[in-house]
Design a protein around this ligand. Sequence first.
Ligand SMILES: [Zn+2]
Length: 306
Amino acid sequence: MATMNEPYNRCLAPGDSCENKAIRAHSVQNASILERLQFNGHVIAPKLNLSFAEGPRVSFEKIGRNQATIFHGLCTDHDSQIFRPIEVNDLELSNPQHLFLLSYRAVLKEAHATIKSAHDTQTGYLAGIEAGLFPENACAPGKHAVEHMSLAYMTHEYKTRYDEVYVSQEWDLVKHYKRDLGVPPGVALNAMISMGRYSHETDSAAYATLNVFPVADTTILVVSFLNEHSRYFTRSIKKFLQSGPILRTLSYLILKKCSNFVLSPKLFNNFSDDQKKECLMHFERNIGDNTFEPKRPKLINIFECL
Ligand SMILES: [Zn+2]
């Protein structure tokens, strides 16, 4: 638990050779996006609480905007240098560099999260051996740690492809699907998810990034993926999003597969108790390898008060 609560500092700038200390970088822009959603300096986000008495507990809680969506995967120089174009200018939805950077941030965050998770799992496994809890030969906790390392490696390989796009500035190698969700600002998301397909073109799993953020009086969704993975996107995520009302299908996907999202307190506090309960259950029971289907799918909506 102490290891899990400790940040893992590593600058993942292109080339992976930067040795500067990583800072607390926001994966969702603080000055523009969180500013739109916050109330009295707070937003609502999923939080994992660890205690020996009660075990792990997940809840949607009020947290300070300065703590929301942060990760320790870039040093101060690289964070400001890489993302300057979308920090000092208004985000332009028709600018391929701007959209690439939104997606790149999700890839960097996920690459960092999977490295930290592999590190934590391996640390726990070694501590278990030392304490005599696990056998020294092959065992489930050891296998679990190797699975996390394998996932961190694959995610890092994918991140390396994004590094190449960043360095060559060939922004068109990443494609974007944009959609106006038609609801007032209330939700922000920056996440990378697997599309559940293996790509022979890149010899890797096919991933996509999801960004949700307010623009003027509405909310925009941008899904991004490598050009080579376009058909996987069409057959998986796009098909799923179009299989029902967009706010419901997107909410289902976010709660099932993402954890890096925030809601405005004004929106969340007006959700009905049943809506809060069903959304939390769908989120909590789909963590890790678990799968759970909501009994009241109409209540799976994080964009509107029901
Ligand atoms: Zn750096």
